[in-house]
Design a protein around this ligand. Structure first.
Ligand SMILES: Cc1cc2nc3c(=O)[nH]c(=O)nc-3n(C[C@H](O)[C@H](O)[C@H](O)COP(=O)(O)OP(=O)(O)OC[C@H]3O[C@@H](n4cnc5c(N)ncnc54)[C@H](O)[C@@H]3O)c2cc1C
Length: 409
């Protein structure tokens, strides 16, 4: 029966079919294998190969380029299911998804034709890089710089990039990196002097040579959680890239990178929010199961009211986080303003992820501290969501600032 308002969680038949497929994929392929890849900190190549076959690298890429042409709302549902399995898997598609969005929204026709068909199949994968060793939240302070160099012989006009980037997810195995660098050192305000380049390299190669010389990838950073997917520095040392590798072309894209990346980050926030929902959902499932199996004081711990209250709080957080995430995605899909909503979804769902994982961990008692139990991995994975795509403090700043803009008196 139709309700007065359409619930945000209502799915179309297509969305239901895709979510069921990804849910099953997570149950059968991701969850049983995550422990191994997490423990070894090994890239889950066989899982990624299957994701390519399922078309998961081209979910939002238009059909004319070989993708599925689905919207952000459906993508968020898929990310929730993947993250319910293991957030590192969603990390492998996330930066790729942001890269394809940047191309679809700002790329030239030539750039779209060059990359999107191979990105849709997962043949090449994308990373995106804003952060540097000395900055993350303060994007406008980026120091890595690109300078136009005189073209020699028959080479087209080029830019030379120098500097170091930090925390690049998929930094080693990607073939293209959407990298934000400074092209106008004197720009005021500073964010007006930044440009996004589509920097190419050999995937899996630490020291690039030939056309990609000067693009180096140091060994991956060792992390608390979020294992299996690599996070690396990128060192640009005299790396040369054609002027037409500027996102949108030199004329339209030079010094426009900040706005392009901020637009993409709004999408990235919905994506991280969906990850928060996925990990919170899994933590709840584990708590529901464990609390009915474990007995204390003569009955299953689920029959103690204190445990039921924890389950109730967790389930409420999961639902609220899912609603906020779906709402932000639907507004963005409808072309409506969604900056506050994406910030709220990211803030709430990432904190809900941390909360639910910690509550589930408590319900597991001593076993939660053991590597034999899945909740131990979730406990190490969840904090990342508080940091990536803008910390909780930065989300509050964005929400607060935008609220005052919308309600100026
Ligand atoms: C595993 C992992 C993967 C990542 N992947 C990527 C990636 O693929 N690409 C990429 O570009 N980046 C990536 N990042 C980087 C991430 O986006 C940054 O870590 C994040 O933006 C925070 O920046 P920071 O670490 O420099 O912290 P800082 O900006 O130094 O902040 C430190 C603390 O100060 C607070 N703070 C900063 N400014 C303010 C302020 N004005 N008011 C109040 N509090 C403030 C922050 O909230 C935080 O608590 C990744 C990070 C991790 C850990």
């Amino acid at each position: 029966m139709a309700t007065a308002t359409t619930p945000y969680t209502e799915k179309t038949d297509e969305q239901k079919a895709i979510c069921e497929m990804v849910h099953q994929f997570a149950d059968e392929q991701i969850i049983p294998n995550a422990e191994h890849y997490d423990h070894e900190d090994e890239f889950p190549e066989p899982i990624v190969e299957q994701m390519k076959e399922l078309g998961l690298f081209g979910v939002t890429i238009p059909e004319e380029y070989g993708g599925m042409g689905l919207d952000l709302t459906t993508y968020a549902m898929i990310v929730e299911e993947l993250s319910r399995g293991w957030i590192s898997i969603s990390g492998i598609v996330n930066t790729h998804f942001i890269g394809s969005y940047l191309l679809m929204k700002f790329g030239t026709d030539e750039q779209k034709h060059k990359y999107l068909p191979r990105m849709a199949t997962g043949e090449i994968r994308a990373a995106f890089s804003l952060s540097e060793p000395e900055l993350g939240s303060d994007v406008a302070a980026i120091k890595t710089a690109a300078k136009k160099v005189d073209s020699t012989g028959d080479r087209p006009a080029e830019y030379e990039i120098n500097g170091t980037k930090m925390w690049v997810t998929n930094g080693l195995r990607s073939s293209v990196v959407f990298v934000l660098v400074r092209t106008d050192p004197g720009a005021e305000p500073k964010h007006r002097g930044l440009t996004c380049f589509i920097a190419e390299k050999e995937p899996g190669v630490a020291q690039n040579t030939g056309d990609y010389q000067g693009f180096n990838v140091p060994p991956q950073i060792k992390k608390l959680g979020y294992k299996g997917v690599e996070s690396t520095e990128l060192v640009f040392d005299g790396y040369r890239t054609p002027a037409d590798s500027i996102l949108g072309g030199e004329e339209a894209g030079l010094n426009r990178g900040f706005a392009q990346m901020m637009d993409a980050l709004e999408l990235g926030r919905v994506n991280v929010a969906a990850r928060g929902v996925g990990i919170a959902q899994r933590a709840l499932e584990l708590a529901l199961k464990y609390s009915q199996e474990r007995r204390a004081f003569g009955k299953p711990i689920a029959e103690h009211q204190a445990i039921q209250f924890k389950l109730a709080d967790m389930a409420t957080q999961v639902e609220a986080a899912r609603l906020l995430t779906q709402r932000a995605a639907r507004l963005k899909d409808a072309g409506e303003r969604s900056d506050i909503e994406a910030g709220m979804a990211k803030l709430f769902a990432s904190e809900a992820g941390r909360f639910c994982v910690e509550e589930s961990f408590r319900i597991h008692g001593g076993y939660g501290y053991s590597k034999e139990y899945e909740i131990e991995r979730l406990y190490r994975d969840a904090p990342l969501l508080l940091i990536g795509e803008g910390t909780s403090e930065i989300q509050r700043m964005v929400i607060g600032r935008k609220l005052l803009q919308r309600h100026k008196i």
